[in-house]
Design a binder for this molecule. Structure first.
Ligand SMILES: NC(=O)c1ccc[n+]([C@@H]2O[C@H](COP(=O)([O-])OP(=O)(O)OC[C@H]3O[C@@H](n4cnc5c(N)ncnc54)[C@H](OP(=O)(O)O)[C@@H]3O)[C@@H](O)[C@H]2O)c1
Length: 377
């Protein structure tokens, strides 16, 4: 069994590649950008970060230099044909997750890149599994209600070009499955987070990035924000965020997400052609209020306010708005995600750990004691 996986140097893909090679004993070929030597080095580092690999597993972890935006996936035509004849599964996990990115850039990787991967998959043997990593944000601008696993509509518009590019990719996947009469597994994770420290050089996750930005403000790393030594004891930094106070996020811990995706994408038998779509989400949404409570508890100088608009922004508010534009697009959603089909395909899989204050603190990378207000000024 040979699995081709794209995006294995990334946060989600490295976890999947590790699980496929170490837990499922697969021969895993990782398509990665750059020279073959640098692709090898990055993949070994990214995949190896999730646990020790036996010598035999290391032998089964292979690389091919490529790029999903290029013709023949960036390979020679001969290598492309050889690989297509060899693989028994394709996991397409590469993506550009820049939430505030330009439309052209996001569509090139997420949509056009998916079309190229599907073109490759069409050359594989009929029994070859195709797994496409999508995202719950294909639900676009829908703010309320229950999103079903089969739903795929542009009726609500999109919050970001990222949503739209991933929606279009799913449309392509569905059309391909219908035309070729082959099954495709579509996995839609919510915000995948980890409560382990982000290792130097390893791919980070969205919750940690949010935490790092808040940390810059709380510790005065951004222009116009007084350093702790210059703050009076009474100093408080008002931080207005353009978020709805009753918004919720769906944050799914990485260990559960990886196991659920592996069981559904690798272990489970899917009957019949067409796209089989599964929500990889937590059963309990995380209220934005819980996240704000954790921020305020860790940075007592911060007073976070949920507002509709931020007129005359302070330097701290400008900094946050500039760095987290895409993130705030989702902060008025209260929709939930049905996971009936995902649960049916993962019998016995323990529920994900609770995303409570302690988990959020670790995922936001708020380590140690709360940062006290300086007493020296
Ligand atoms: N993280 C989440 O919470 C989350 C949630 C839902 C869905 N997803 C989906 O999961 C997938 C992976 O996301 P991630 O969080 O793991 O992102 P990530 O850490 O940024 O990793 C992205 C991966 O895609 C690769 N890639 C980007 N452009 C490529 C190209 N042109 N050709 C080949 N490979 C390319 C990157 O390779 P380089 O190392 O060369 O950059 C990297 O391996 C995406 O499809 C995303 O939409 C993620």
């Amino acid at each position: 069994m040979t699995v081709l996986i794209t995006g294995a140097s990334g946060f989600v893909g490295s976890r999947l590649a590790y699980a496929l090679v170490a837990d499922r004993g697969q021969r895993v070929v990782c398509l990665a950008r750059g020279s073959l030597a640098s692709a090898h080095r990055r993949i070994r580092e990214a995949v190896g970060a999730h646990g020790a690999l036996s010598q035999e597993a290391r032998r089964r972890l292979l690389c091919v230099a490529g790029d999903v935006t290029q013709e023949w996936l960036g390979m020679s035509a001969a290598d492309y044909a050889r690989l297509a004849a060899d693989v028994t599964a394709v996991w397409h996990c590469a993506g550009d997750i820049a939430l505030a990115g330009e439309r052209e850039r996001l569509f090139r990787v997420n949509t056009h890149g998916t079309a190229n991967v599907l073109r490759f998959a069409e050359l594989t043997a009929a029994g070859c599994r195709v797994v496409h990593i999508s995202t719950m944000v294909v639900a676009g601008g829908r703010t309320d209600g229950i999103v079903r696993e089969d739903d795929l509509t542009d009726a609500y518009g999109f919050e970001t070009h990222y949503d739209a590019s991933k929606f279009e990719a799913e449309q392509l996947v569905r059309a391909w499955a219908q035309r070729t009469r082959r099954p495709v597994v579509v996995l839609r994770p919510s915000v995948v987070a980890s409560d382990a420290p982000v290792l130097e050089g390893a791919a980070g996750h969205p919750v940690a990035v949010f935490g790092q930005m808040i940390d810059v403000v709380g510790r005065a790393g951004a222009p116009g924000i007084p350093a702790p030594a210059q703050r009076a004891e009474s100093f408080r930094l008002r931080l207005r965020l353009r978020v709805s106070p009753d918004a919720t996020f769906n944050i799914v811990p990485d260990e559960y997400a990886t196991q659920a995706m592996l069981r559904i994408g690798h272990d489970f038998r899917h009957e019949g052609p067409g796209a089989h779509t599964f929500h990889i989400v937590h059963g309990q949404p995380t209220p934005i209020r819980d996240i704000i409570a954790v921020i305020e508890a860790h940075y007592p100088i911060l007073r976070v306010e949920c507002v509709q608009d931020v007129p005359d922004p302070t330097p701290a508010e400008l900094f946050i708005a500039q760095h987290l534009t895409g993130f705030f697009s989702y902060c008025r959603h209260r929709r939930t995600y049905d996971r009936t089909r995902a649960l049916a395909a993962t019998p016995g899989l323990p529920e994900p750990v609770a995303v409570d204050a302690a988990y959020l603190r670790r995922a936001l990378s708020f380590e140690g004691a709360p940062l006290a207000v300086s007493r020296t000024a």
